[in-house]
Design a binder for this molecule. Structure first.
Ligand SMILES: [Zn+2]
Length: 283
């Protein structure tokens, strides 16, 4: 019986592997504004700018995706990638940078470099780092890199193209979507503050690392979501309620229509509870 079960399990697993191999990744390049394009690899997105003097690329996502992108850039534009900029250190966005390292200067926040080295991320180590702000100019295109504080990591930066009025921000400003899972690697009070800093910046189009493009008002909406969730969890924590009770009680109907509300909202409560409890002391 046990042998039969193992044989059946092996067949099911082989089938799942074959199905995974048979589904090719969804990869696309689409124009956003001016010469700024969006690169998609399944659910992950980055942006790149094509200038007369070469290309400014951002998150490579992974080695296969970056290899595909490099070939597309060659055939469509025939220009080398001169700069490669990581939004933050997390492997699902920063991997594969070595694909562009033959022509590109790799740039990231100083703490992203430290995490990339420490976690041995499968990517090129940044050659140029900064802590607060840096401007890159290539072929008439200006790109402003700013660390707006800690949020979804301690090294996330925003990338603003002033001429195109576009901002690329990854994992900390979801557009009409709740936060990812239970807030891994997150700093919530700083996150709220960093969203206020982004709200004070001058741009129209918000290009996130996941999901559809947004606009500036989505920054404000997501900040309000974090504040509403934090307040709900903090109030119940002060009433001595348990996490289970909070998961039964807390509903934020204003955000019910957002992506991930059904799948992730309970995890968002769990994560916020963990973070709130880490920074309060009851009586
Ligand atoms: Zn991330």
């Amino acid at each position: 019986m046990r042998a039969l079960w193992l044989v059946l399990l092996a067949i099911v697993m082989a089938g799942a592997e074959a199905a995974a191999q048979a589904t090719p990744p969804v990869r696309e390049i689409s124009k956003i504004a001016g010469e700024i394009y969006r690169f998609r690899n399944n659910n992950h997105y980055s942006v790149f700018a094509v200038t007369p003097d070469g290309i400014i690329a951002t998150d490579p996502i992974n080695a296969d995706a970056a290899t595909w992108l490099k070939a597309e850039l060659k055939s469509r534009f025939d220009k080398p990638v001169k700069y490669l900029i990581y939004s933050h250190d997390h492997a699902d966005h920063s991997s594969g940078g070595h694909v562009f390292a033959d022509t590109a200067i790799v740039v990231a926040h100083a703490k992203a470099k430290a995490a990339i080295l420490g976690e041995k991320r499968p990517t090129a180590v940044p050659q140029v780092t900064f802590t607060e702000r840096m401007t890159i100019v290539l072929g008439g295109t200006e790109l402003e890199l700013t660390h707006v504080g800690r949020n979804h990591s301690d090294n996330s930066i925003v990338m603003r193209f002033p001429k195109e009025r576009l901002l690329f921000a990854v994992d900390f400003i979801p557009v009409n979507a709740v936060a990812f899972r239970d807030f891994p690697d997150a700093y919530v009070p700083d996150w709220i503050e960093s969203l206020r800093r982004v709200e004070a910046m001058d741009f129209d189009i918000l290009a996130p690392g996941h999901g559809p493009l947004g606009r500036k008002e989505h920054v404000n909406q997501f900040r309000e979501y974090l504040e509403d969730l934090r307040q709900a969890v903090l109030s119940l924590a002060r009433e001595g309620k348990s996490l289970d009770e909070m998961k039964q009680t807390i509903k934020l109907p204003k955000y019910e229509g957002w992506a991930g509300y059904q799948q992730m909202f309970q995890l968002n409560i769990e994560g916020m509870y963990r973070l709130v409890q880490a920074n309060r002391r009851g009586n």
